[in-house]
Design a protein around this ligand. Structure first.
Ligand code: PMP
Length: 348
């Protein structure tokens, strides 16, 4: 049989990738050291050397998350895959789920839980707004959820424990740049992505499960809907369970693991507290500079601004798209538009 689809002309051209200042909410610029780690030779995803690298990653995540949880690993995928890994494994059809919605992440968590048959309720705050412990406590007592989702970063009162509810926190946009102590704040499931504060390429997503979360998973009556994100398979592949052998589940993205390991090594060298402090100081300086030139920040209360993402209101009469594309064109610098309720704003 003859070929009916010829090789595309475009692939005869050399790969072109611009050098760009990545000042949007992620991915961020990857330092040469981390890029070089990812360019090392590919080895097998079941070789002992990769298991050692995975074990280093696991310890690095335990430090990053400030947790002793054994069930700590990285999902092969972006932040969304960790989000689904958390929800698909802990929620069974008919389970009550509570999500805190103050932007698109709570909405997406709600949709994921709904798709697998969860009964979802939400507490809603204005975009960029915060939830008080009272709001949360009231909703927990009303809905008695099995899982409560919150995007970083209010701390918990611990009241979810009383209500026998798992506490799931999304820290994709903040982990490593703003204080979070998984064990001390009694967070049951915590995840992040590789491409933000960690400055690694997108494609791996650190996640950790507390013992309470593991108990909920082991008492499931049904298997999780996703085979790829199945907790038991993944924790075996990552050597987190006490089984003597690891069974092939999927081909781990080994070069992405090298980059993730290197990014965690960089963070360990700097130290978490120093990283938090650096992000705080730079953000304060940046925010003051923006306000000094007359720009308005979307989150008014300084106390609740994330140091890792800055939301600027496009000045009256200007179209944010024109601003971001002008900056990209003239300065080769990415800042992006807001998502969901903050659409029409610019983020950097
Ligand atoms: N949660 C938050 C808070 C995020 O900022 C993002 C990425 N913008 C995600 C989840 C999803 O991550 P990803 O794009 O890596 O799937």
């Amino acid at each position: 049989m003859s070929l009916r689809v010829p090789p595309p002309q475009s692939l005869r051209e050399a790969l072109k990738v611009p050098d760009r200042y990545m000042f949007g909410p992620g991915p961020s610029n990857v330092p040469p050291r981390i890029l070089e780690a990812g360019a090392r030779p590919v080895i097998g995803h079941m070789h002992p050397e990769i298991f050692e690298i995975m074990s280093d990653i696991k310890s690095g995540i335990q430090y990053l998350f400030q947790t002793q949880n054994k069930m700590t690993f990285a999902v092969s995928g972006t932040g969304h895959s960790a989000m689904e890994c958390a929800i698909f494994n802990t929620v069974e059809p008919g389970d009550s789920v509570l999500t805190a919605v103050n932007g698109i992440w709570g909405e997406r968590a709600a949709e994921m839980a709904e798709r697998i048959g969860g009964r979802v309720n939400a507490i809603v705050a204005p975009p960029g707004g915060i939830f008080t412990n009272e709001d949360i406590e009231k909703a927990l007592s009303k809905h008695r959820p099995a899982l409560f989702f919150l995007a970083h970063g209010e701390s918990s009162t611990g009241s979810h424990v009383e209500y026998n509810c798992l506490f799931l926190v999304d820290s994709v946009a903040s982990m490593g740049g703003s204080p979070l102590h998984m064990d001390q704040q009694e967070i049951d499931i915590l995840y992040t992505g590789s491409q933000k504060v960690l400055n690694a390429p997108p494609g791996t997503a650190p996640i950790s499960f507390s013992e309470r979360a593991c108990r909920k998973i082991s008492s499931r009556k049904t298997k999780p809907l996703s085979f790829f994100l199945d907790f038991n398979w993944l924790t075996n592949y990552w050597g987190c369970d006490d089984k003597p052998t690891r069974v092939y589940h999927h081909t781990g993205p080994v070069t992405a693991f090298y980059s993730l390991r290197e990014s965690l090594a960089v963070l360990c060298e700097e130290g978490l507290e120093a990283s938090w402090e650096r992000h705080r100081t730079v953000a304060e300086y940046f925010h003051a500079g923006l306000e000094n030139i007359g720009l308005k920040l979307f989150v008014k209360d300084k106390q609740v601004r994330l140091p890792t993402v800055t939301t600027i209101i496009a000045p009256h009469g200007y179209d944010w798209k024109e601003i971001t594309s002008y900056i990209m064109r003239t300065h080769n610098l990415e800042i992006s538009g807001g998502l969901g309720p903050s659409a029409g704003l610019v983020r950097s």
